[in-house]
Design a protein around this ligand. Structure first.
Ligand code: ZN
Length: 438
């Protein structure tokens, strides 16, 4: 079992987070949208930092940055760790950045203390995960795992009408030219050959991601570490309830087909069903539009969004079907028409059981208070889960707040996550048995 990290490792992590937070557009919190000057600055800064720490650096065609610590017994496979560098508008300094900064710090100390690993380790700073600038998510890990082909970039526009392809080429990406600064370029080789390949990879043996929880479960249970068992699957729908728009003054109550009163009944049923189902099921109607939306007209049509999440595919399916059947029954009773359009369906992503067991073992050995949990939020790890063993480590978010300048995790918890990540990478890359090692 590797010993705990020296005191200065946590300090180095905090400093790196501080430095990353400076790459932000003006305004509250951190705003680092994909392919903006702040984003370019952060990815260039990380390349230089990784090169200084002795990692082989490269940036792929979509702007994912890698830092590699080659193994002594290379089998062509890589143990990958990291997270995403982009943020939402006015987000915090930990979402994504923590996983990247901790991974860099972990590799730095592993190399310093134990030298060359048996198996190759790589840090990744994914270019995009949040979907904040362009109407797609997981652009970084999605290109690595084959969800995207890269060709989607031409037709995808941001709010200003700039295409993803144009934004990429403004950063020197996408055309075979790599935006690697001179300082890092010297390390950007493998056996003397420049790494200029595309984003798609088939050499990932395992993926481990450290991330803030973005919920209140860990804080409520006084645990420093969450071992994520699964990332919830999601169903999203657009629900349309149609009645008859008519004069608010001349239509008697008994003769109305009020779409909004009907929708209100559906939303109360949604809450009732979700509470009855219990954790980890969550269901939300986040946006409601009323037509014509005038004080003196009975609403003729209401549209609302429906977002349902659960960590088990069967339960997600059962709940969604039962709820939509109830929606149909309630609408029918009021003489309202109901139209439900599926918008998104992702399956739950179970994390690798052997890696989860190893993480729990590490927490026990280090005396770290931990708990198993489900992630209700999506993460890059869910794209790796179907392709290779994947694991996620959570640390607490104060008051469960994220995607906000108020996002905060204590230095003690940040250090705890770094310890567990480092010990996990040690097992995977430095021991003969990998995850099974004790
Ligand atoms: Zn994130």
């Amino acid at each position: 079992m590797m010993r705990p990290l020296p005191q200065e490792a946590a300090g180095e992590l905090l400093e790196l987070l501080e430095e990353l937070a400076a790459f932000s557009a003006p305004g509250p919190g951190v705003t680092r949208l994909l392919y903006t000057p702040e984003w370019c600055g952060a990815q260039h800064f990380l390349q230089e930092r990784m090169a200084e720490l002795g990692l082989e650096v490269r940036m792929d065609q979509v702007g994912n940055v890698y830092g590699r610590l080659a193994g002594a017994e290379p089998d062509g496979k890589v143990i990958l760790t990291g997270s995403h560098i982009d943020t939402v508008m006015n987000g915090g300094r930990y979402d994504g950045a923590y996983g990247v900064a901790a991974a860099i710090t972990a590799l730095h100390y592993l190399r310093m203390i134990f030298g060359q690993p048996l198996r190759t380790l790589e840090v990744v700073s994914f270019c995009e995960e949040e979907g904040s600038r362009f109407p797609l998510t997981f652009w970084g890990s999605g290109n690595v795992t084959g969800l995207y082909k890269g060709s989607e970039a031409a037709g995808c526009l941001d709010a200003e009408g700039i295409s993803l392809a144009e934004a990429m080429s403004a950063c020197g990406l996408g055309n075979g030219s790599l935006a690697v600064p001179a300082a890092a370029a010297s390390a950007d080789t493998e056996g003397g050959r420049r790494l200029t390949g595309g984003a798609l990879r088939s050499d990932i043996a395992a993926y481990v991601e450290l991330h803030i929880e973005q919920g209140i479960t860990l804080e409520r249970s006084f645990r420093s570490i969450g071992v994520v068992q699964a990332i919830a699957g999601q169903r999203r729908y657009l629900v349309k309830v149609s009645g008859t728009a008519n004069h608010a003054g001349t239509t008697p109550m008994g003769l109305r087909r009020d779409a909004l009163a009907g929708a209100a009944e559906l939303l109360l049923a949604l809450e009732r069903y979700a509470i009855a189902e219990g954790d980890p099921l969550v269901a939300t109607a986040g946006r409601l539009e009323v037509y014509p939306g005038t004080p003196n007209v009975i609403p003729g049509e209401v549209q609302f969004t429906l977002d349902i999440r659960h960590s088990e595919a069967g339960a997600l399916e059962r709940f969604s079907s039962a709820l939509l059947a109830e929606f149909a029954a309630l609408s029918g009773r009021r003489g309202l028409a109901l139209d439900v359009q599926p918008v998104l369906a992702t399956l739950p992503s179970p994390m690798d059981q052997e890696l989860c067991a190893a993480l729990e073992d590490i927490c026990r050995q280090q005396g770290m208070p931990y708990r198993s949990m489900v992630s209700g939020a999506g993460h890059d790890a869910q794209l790796f889960a179907p392709r290779c063993p994947a694991a996620m480590i959570f640390v607490p978010s104060r008051a469960g707040i994220s995607h906000s300048p108020e996002e905060y995790t204590s230095p003690e918890d940040l250090a705890a996550g770094l310890e567990v990540l480092t010990a996990m990478l040690y097992r995977l890359a430095y021991t003969e048995n990998g995850a099974a090692a004790t």
